[in-house]
Design a binder for this molecule. Structure first.
Ligand code: GTP
Length: 598
């Protein structure tokens, strides 16, 4: 394939600005996808993605396009995830491209998460050009959005395509822009093989499938390959492209994008960012930027029915086959029994995994409040990575504790700046910058402890700004911090699964708020339930859930049987997510109550 006729591009968009819809249109317009297939948004693979309307895994689709200049081009559309949890994957997908479309909703304008990805693309020298989508909406204001793109991002938006992915407006123009603006790849097909893995997943029939961009050289079936970070050799059993269905082809050469199947057994061996070469004629240097992504947020996952422990373990193993950034190890809780401590890239990643466990594998779960990894230095000089309050040594053994900080960029309309600043201050933030991007939009940059973000920050930000703020963050460093363990006692017994690590200044109020929130969530039982919060051995707050006195159905006078049944059904429904702790029944909400506390 001649490189002059190849274009590798990606679509950058804020969530819901229409990336998937536009991708489908491009597939349809180029005849890659039939109208019937279009119905199910081909690029959003999993059912879950479709329901949440979010793209999780990067994919690559080859489109054939007969351009106005009379030539036939190959366009490789490389799909990228749109969420801050997956920004490393985004960066590797962009490395596979020479250009990117920036899709901005004509009624919403530029948002923070779009920005992070656009800057990443610009830093990587991609040709970025704007597409103003959803011009069919009555609230669309393409002119204002163009000005925003120029002012905020500094991209020339004078010939931005005005489009409606929904109505099919501007699609041909976008394809022409891709051909004219995105530079062709410039690799050397005769140089030693150098290929970038930008996605990989496990397929139960084929083993691990990797998506690659060939930078230099050629790759074909039967080749012996070396994965340079992994340092292992494999034999290629198939190479091909998705168009959009998988098609085997003879070889992939410099500039091309496609999939490779080799004898790789586990997805951890084919990490995103690794370089593939030939062991007998290796490239001199691997591609820069390889990173092993580490989980940032941890939470305990316990089966409600202890008999489902093995089912849960098998399910976690299956999920991990496909997701090398997710980790788990057995954990034992006095209160909850046997379960697993799991690591995630962020809260969204956590929710996705939890939902898949329940939906695809049918495991009913109790999950404990999310936490970050603390660095604890003991008096003996040992450094422990503590990812649950229960791993925290007794106070007298601790020399120093450190917690992770992040740099958060928040984009917000003018009128909400005050509220956002107050929130960041409350969350122990340090202000770095406030910048007026336009007369009405402000960027607020804060250093914040990650611990505060994983709790309720995002939800509160959205509520305070009526959904108008957007947040993006990157890890900064670890800083010394005065942290304590907050214990929750139920009827006098500390419940390990409820303990938390919190900042000392916040411990008292958090403890108080937490037990009062828990009181709301815990249903009345046959006896009184005392809830206490304690810092060290000292109880700082107490609430009581009164004993149940009346039969819940008594109100129905025995007459209205359907109403009675409905009440009982409702009770049963509520029971499903309960866990017996000692002789008290605790609902899932009680374990997550901390997320509802200021
Ligand atoms: P993520 O996958 O979550 O990143 O979202 P996305 O950017 O892929 O957005 P998606 O294509 O799923 O579109 C979001 C919503 O906007 C859907 O309800 C679409 O139907 C709608 N939408 C997309 N394009 C247009 C458009 O041109 N006009 C209008 N009115 N709606 C659109």
């Amino acid at each position: 394939m001649k490189q002059e006729l190849i274009r590798n591009f990606s679509i950058i968009a804020h969530i819901d600005h229409g990336k998937s819809t536009l991708a489908d249109r491009l597939l349809e317009e180029t005849g890659t996808l039939s109208a019937r297939e279009k119905a199910d948004q081909f690029l959003d693979k999993m059912e879950l993605e479709r329901e949440r309307g979010i793209t999780i895994k990067a994919q690559a689709v080859r489109l054939k396009y007969h351009a106005d200049d009379g030539k036939d081009y190959i366009l490789n559309l490389i799909d990228t995830p749109g969420h801050v949890d997956f920004s490393y994957e985004v960066s590797r997908s962009l490395k596979a491209c020479e250009g990117a479309l920036l899709v901005v909703d004509a009624s919403q304008g530029v948002e923070a998460q779009t920005l992070a990805n656009v800057y990443m693309a610009i830093d990587q020298n991609l040709e970025v050009f704007p597409v103003i989508n959803k011009i069919d909406l009555p609230a669309a204001d393409p002119q204002r959005v163009k000005e925003e793109i120029e002012e905020i991002i500094g991209l020339d938006a004078s010939d931005a395509v005005e489009a409606s992915a929904k109505e099919g407006i501007g699609i041909h123009e976008i394809l022409e822009h891709i051909v004219q603006k995105v530079p062709p790849p410039k690799g050397d097909p005769d140089a030693p093989l150098k290929a970038l893995i930008f996605d990989s997943w496990y397929d139960s029939y084929q083993g691990v499938i990797t998506l690659v961009r060939i930078i230099d050289g050629r790759l074909k079936k039967g080749d012996k390959i070396l994965l340079m970070a992994n340092k292992k050799n494999y034999e290629v059993t198939q190479v091909g492209v998705f168009s959009p269905h998988p098609v085997a082809i003879g070889s992939l050469s410099a500039g091309e994008v496609g999939f490779v199947i080799a004898s790789i057994k586990v997805v951890q061996d084919a990490k995103v960012g690794d370089t593939i070469t030939h062991p007998d004629r290796p490239t001199a240097t691997p591609l820069p930027g390889f990173q092993v992504v580490k989980p940032m947020v941890f939470s305990g996952l316990y089966p409600i029915d202890t008999g489902e422990y093995d089912l849960l373990r098998d399910a976690l193993e299956k999920l991990r086959l496909n997701d090398s950034s997710f980790s788990f190890e057995p954990e034992n809780s006095l209160a909850l029994g046997f379960g697993f401590r799991c690591g995630f890239l962020g809260l969204l990643h956590m929710e996705i995994i939890q939902e898949r466990l329940e939906r695809e594998f049918g495991v009913d779960l109790i999950t404990t409040a999310p936490t970050v990894v603390y660095h604890v230095t003991t008096v003996k000089g040992e450094m422990l990575k503590v990812e649950s309050a229960n791993m925290l040594p007794e106070v007298q053994y601790i020399e120093k504790m450190e917690e992770p900080f992040i740099l958060a960029s928040i984009h917000v309309p003018n009128e909400y700046v005050g509220a956002v600043l107050a929130l960041c201050e409350e969350k122990r933030g340090t202000q770095r910058e406030i910048k007026y991007l336009t007369a009405s939009r402000v960027m607020v940059v804060y250093e914040l402890p990650l611990n505060e973000i994983v709790l309720d920050f995002y939800d509160r930000l959205k509520t305070l700004t009526r959904g108008y703020a957007s947040l993006d963050y990157e890890p900064l460093d670890y800083r010394k911090s005065d942290l304590v363990r907050l214990n929750i006692l139920v009827n006098g017994e500390p419940v390990d699964a409820l303990s938390l690590i919190v900042h000392r200044d916040k411990a008292y109020y958090r403890g108080k708020d937490l037990v009062s929130k828990m009181k709301e969530f815990i249903p009345r039982q046959q006896f009184e339930v005392a809830l206490q919060a304690a810092i060290g051995g000292k109880v700082v707050a107490r609430e009581t859930v009164k004993a149940l006195r009346k039969d819940v159905t008594a109100k129905c006078y025995g007459g209205d049987i359907s109403r009675k049944r409905k009440l009982l059904e409702k009770q049963k429904e509520g029971k499903k997510r309960m866990k017996q702790v000692g002789n008290v029944e605790l609902p899932q909400e009680a374990f997550m109550a901390i997320l509802k506390v200021k």
